[in-house]
Design a binder for this molecule. Structure first.
Ligand code: HEM
Length: 522
């Protein structure tokens, strides 16, 4: 799907549309327009995510922070109430625990001896699960202790199957009604199992008593909130929904983002070598002469510029939220001179935004960490403003989208967006609103792996620290080589699937060569 959205943008320009049954979907890829749609000016509500995520997470039909309206009291309460948990001080405090989980993983990978093949996707999901568990609930799930330990894997498996089912329901919204289908019934049961697991976690956290004043976990922040209607603490149902939401939002995204970065490094040995050199200069690289380098510190992350370029570029080339996010228009809205009527769905596919030549005129498809050496690279700069305006192409393409592991197929036909403003009173008011919003808004972003605007990722500071630390420690310990069973880059691309996040379909098997035994770098 994300590739179709990308391809269409290349053919049709920075704004185009298609129809899914009765829904009129406008796709916005142009960085300026996308920033306007997502920005603080309009504060639009999400369009497609709420019913979908609520099916998995919601208890008694109540939304979670992820699905609640941007104009709702509940969203403001939960977002503001939990944001302090992501204070860099708190992330620094959890850093030693994060390193400990990583050391466990590195030792598991190394155990098999030089060149052992390991599924780094499985390993990184386990890392993300244990770290988010500690950060959200002060609970170490211990899934990193072994890569296949059924005693720790129950929730891990439930989460995986739930997201798989959720994606199938996204491709085919009627699927949930197909109760005669055993797989659908199993999917519904998995959702229930996930909610039950979250309910159990609420009971476990509550059994610890009132959170202490210095308890900065997300769970503690949630326990301290008061329901905007009843003024009582959030009910167990609301808490379980939020626990599940934070867990889902933090785990798959982080684990898969790290996996894609490690994959890209395995495909670009010259980038891996430069990163290793930076780590070496900082005394963090394992070498035959220095088998036990100094312990990485939180402060190191601010002093490894090449690592941060690699991270940004990897999340540009393979944003895990590849199909992006969506918004619904509350009123007629003018975007790039085109009228978008009230109640339209606007989709912002991050992968397409990151590859659109109008936004990234210089080799948009290439993996070039050095492009981040220029300050402000995430902005659609003035020079590129003109180039990034929609091209208003005329081609129409039809792409068949096949839900992975599913019989569901979705045929779509996209065309350029052709609703120019007509000079009606509503259109004129909307044009004025667009101009005012553009003038007041922050500079347009062309880089948005965590989205932008009021609904941007709340946990991105933690996500980035997990990502950068894992990449640094893995590269400091091993030289990476994609295992032959992956079938090279073509095999990896063919197997990649979207289960809400873009993920390697068949794991990410790598030959991990311990640097302690590698005499010279590639
Ligand atoms: C590499 C890691 C991550 C990526 C790429 C990522 C990406 C995203 C994206 C694209 C959104 C949707 C924004 C929108 O709809 O406009 C989002 C929302 C969110 N993320 Fe993340 N995320 C990551 C890690 C995390 C972590 C570690 C947490 C917390 C433990 C987290 C918590 C959230 C929450 C709570 C929201 C909903 C915010 C709201 O609706 O107001 N994320 N994330």
């Amino acid at each position: 799907m994300h590739l179709a959205l990308r391809e269409w943008a290349e053919q049709l320009g920075g704004i185009y549309c298609f129809r899914v049954t009765v829904f009129h979907v406008v796709v916005v890829v142009d960085a300026h327009l996308a920033s306007l749609v997502l920005g603080n000016g309009y504060k639009l509500n999400k369009a497609l995510e709420p019913p979908l995520s609520d099916e998995l997470l919601s208890m008694k039909g109540h939304p979670t922070m992820f699905s609640a309206g941007t104009d709702s009291e509940y969203w403001a309460l939960t977002r503001k109430g939990t944001a302090p948990a992501f204070n860099p001080r708190h992330i620094r405090d959890v850093f030693p625990a994060l390193l400990k989980v990583l050391e466990q993983i590195i030792s598991n990978v190394a155990e098999g001896g030089p060149g052992r093949e390991a599924d780094l996707n499985n390993a990184m999901l386990r890392f993300a699960m244990d770290v988010t568990g500690i950060f959200i609930f002060a609970k170490d799930f211990g899934t990193a202790r072994s890569f296949d330990d059924s005693s720790t894997d129950e929730l891990f498996t439930i989460m995986k199957h739930s997201l798989e089912e959720l994606m199938l329901r996204c491709v085919n919204p009627a699927r949930k009604f197909m109760v005669w289908n055993r797989k659908v019934r199993e999917g519904t049961a998995t959702f229930r199992a996930y909610r039950d697991a979250m309910t159990k976690l609420v009971a476990e956290v509550k059994a610890r008593g009132e959170p202490a004043e210095d308890d900065v976990t997300i769970a503690a922040h949630l326990l301290r909130l008061r329901d905007p209607v009843t003024k009582q603490p959030l009910s167990d149902e609301l808490l379980a929904g939020e626990f599940g939401m934070f867990f889902t939002a933090g785990l798959e995204t982080s684990g898969n983002a790290i996996s894609w970065t490690l994959y890209l490094l395995s495909q670009h040995p010259e980038v891996e070598r430069k990163l290793a050199e930076e780590l070496d200069a900082a005394g963090l690289l394992v070498t035959p002469e220095r088998p036990k380098p100094r312990t990485m510190e939180f402060a190191d992350l601010a002093n490894l510029p090449y690592l941060s370029w690699v991270s940004k570029e990897a999340m540009r080339v393979r944003p895990v939220a590849s199909t992006g996010t969506s918004r619904v228009t509350r009123a007629d809205m003018v975007l790039g001179g085109y009228l978008i009527p009230k109640n339209s769905f606007i989709v912002i596919p991050f992968d397409a935004v990151h590859h659109f030549p109008g936004n990234w005129p210089h080799q948009p498809h290439a993996f070039i960490p050095e492009r981040w050496a220029v300050q402000g690279s995430e902005l659609a700069t003035a020079v590129e403003t003109e180039a990034s305006r929609p091209a208003w192409g005329t081609a129409t393409v039809s792409v068949e989208v096949v839900g992975t592991a599913s019989p569901a197929k979705l045929s779509l036909q996209a065309s350029p967006y052709t609703s120019p403003t007509k000079g009606t009173a509503a259109a004129e008011a909307a044009t004025a609103a667009e101009a005012a919003t553009a003038a007041a808004g922050a500079a347009a972003k062309r880089y948005m792996p965590f989205s932008v605007g009021p609904r941007q990722c709340l946990g991105q500071s933690l996500g980035r620290v997990m990502h950068d630390t894992a990449v640094a420690r893995i590269v400091a310990s091993f030289q990476l080589e994609l295992a032959p069973r992956m079938g090279g880059a073509a095999g990896v691309d063919a197997a990649a699937i979207n289960r809400l996040t873009l993920q390697p379909g068949e794991g990410m098997w790598m030959r991990c060569h311990p640097r302690a035994a590698v005499a010279c770098m590639r």
